[in-house]
Ligand binder design. Sequence first.
Ligand code: G4P
Length: 289
Amino acid sequence: MTIQWFPGHMTKARRQIEDKLKLIDVVIELLDARIPLSSRNPMVDEILKGKPRLVLLNKHDLADPQVTADWVRYFADQGFQALPIDAATGTQVKEILPRVKELWADKIATQIRKGINPRAVRALIVGIPNVGKSTLINQLAGKRIAATGDKPGVTKGQQWIKVGTEMDLLDTPGILWPKFEDQMVGMRLAATGAIKEELLHLDEIALFVIKYLVRNYGRGLQERFGIEELPHDLENINEVVKVMEAIGRKRGAIVSGGRVDLDKASLIILRDLRAGKMGRISMERPSEL
Ligand code: G4P
């Protein structure tokens, strides 16, 4: 797998965030509930050290609820409150403001004690491209402010956004990339659609996904594609390819000569996975750490 990697991007994003840091009270770190660690920017801990932080596990509607509950415990052990949300429908989004205020409660109390009217909490939203920042900002602001879309890495304008009178929000200045030079992280990001398909070998991602599904969600895979028997030896690539062929045949991805079009079959499995057609699936779990 070859992904272009430009360290210069990191330095720029880091500087842009550091410039804004003194204006920020609380950080909202948005992660993908299906892959909370792989969707994390590796520099965030270092850049934002000392800032109170709320972790949001977005796209919870697509993630395995039991695994998400494990992640909430995992983050609690690390000292962070984590809240599963679904920014697309707004589920649990109302819970964000009280949690943010809780993180800033001491400062609010001090202001009140000094006879000052507490000002709105200033929160910075950080997250890798495509994790759902624009969708969340639109939900929080109650209107369409940020442009959403399937365009990982597209920079958007920066401005403070008012969430009622109690919170002001700032979107990530610059682009925070994930740690995709790590092969497994790259695979998980590609599987969930966080990075462009053209950047990777489709069949390689699909084979990775099939192996993971056979291990963890075999039933969903069988039911979706009518596969009677799953491979027993996942180290044997031919057995895994057979599953891909069965998926292709089931969905009519056939080329001349009756062979299965493996690229098409790969796309089918990835699209179905991302749309939740095999059920709610998490691609990373704390028990694997
Ligand atoms: P970004 O600003 O962080 O780059 O992400 P953005 O909000 O543009 O969201 C990226 C994609 O993720 C969008 O889908 C968005 O609808 C989807 N999304 C965001 N939050 C959730 C969620 O909680 N659940 C689900 N299932 N999807 C979510 P898209 O296909 O690119 O666009 P569209 O379907 O909205 O047209």
